[in-house]
Design a protein around this ligand. Structure first.
Ligand SMILES: [Zn+2]
Ligand SMILES: [Zn+2]
Length: 231
């Protein structure tokens, strides 16, 4: 009897919660980003365009309109925002406004080593009660890693040039504090999306031990996805 080919469904599928489209500083449409993610056999991709103090509604209305075209194709487009370089005291308010406007994923542009981000951004994000993921947190303090664990905010290992400089320290702090981690692409163009095998290498390179790889690449992303779909 011929052996049946391994089902595609049994191989792990990527879930990525951080990318950008030309609605802010990405190079192409949300639909094109989702199309490329589907080609790379992602299960889900969030387009999380940048937002500061402006009204989140126009951005999220546009993303949701494009996402509706993907219903029923075995791939889940997620719509979200990345709160970027706003005064830390405004983060919680803008995060809540984004949820009301339909954001399934809310992330915060953390205190990356690659740019000047207002000091206190990491702390405000972790205390806001509204954030799914603190992106590229840079030199994360021990206290902030503990807050991430206590408040169920997931910390990001970034595949993006520059932001990735802090990955090793973020992983160490997260492991010490018991905080959850994911690998996000922060893709600004389709070719910057990260397939499963590369996400695994990035996690290992950042210091995630073998025993935690499955959780970082599968368990935690699936939990975030389930929570997003329940909203
Ligand atoms: Zn960012
Ligand atoms: Zn980003």
């Amino acid at each position: 009897m011929a052996r049946r080919p391994r089902s595609r469904a049994s191989s792990p599928r990527r879930i990525d919660f951080h990318s950008h489209s030309y609605l802010t500083d990405g190079s192409t449409s949300p639909t094109d980003m989702w199309h490329e993610a589907k080609v790379l056999d992602h299960r889900a991709l969030a387009v999380t365009d940048h937002l500061a103090l402006e009204d989140p509604t126009p951005l999220l209305d546009r993303l949701r309109r494009e996402a509706r075209a993907w219903e029923g194709v075995g791939f889940r487009p997620l719509v979200g925002v990345e709160l970027t370089k706003l005064p830390p005291r405004s983060i919680a308010t803008v995060a809540r406004a984004s949820r009301r406007a339909g954001a399934e994923i809310v992330i915060v542009h953390g205190e990356t080593l690659a740019e000047h981000v207002p000091p206190g951004t990491n702390r405000a994000a972790l205390l806001s009660g509204e954030i799914d993921i603190l992106a590229h947190p840079g030199l994360l303090s021990r206290r902030d890693a503990e807050l991430a664990a206590a408040n169920s905010v997931v910390l990001e290992i970034s595949a993006r040039r520059g932001h990735a400089l802090g990955n090793g320290g973020v992983v160490r702090r997260a492991l010490d504090a018991g905080a959850e981690l994911v690998v996000d692409s922060d893709a600004h163009a389709p070719q910057e999306l990260v397939p499963w095998a590369q996400a695994r290498r990035i996690a290992l390179g950042a210091g995630v031990p073998d025993r935690a790889i499955e959780r970082v690449l599968s368990g935690t992303p699936q939990r975030i996805l389930r929570r997003a779909l329940e909203r």
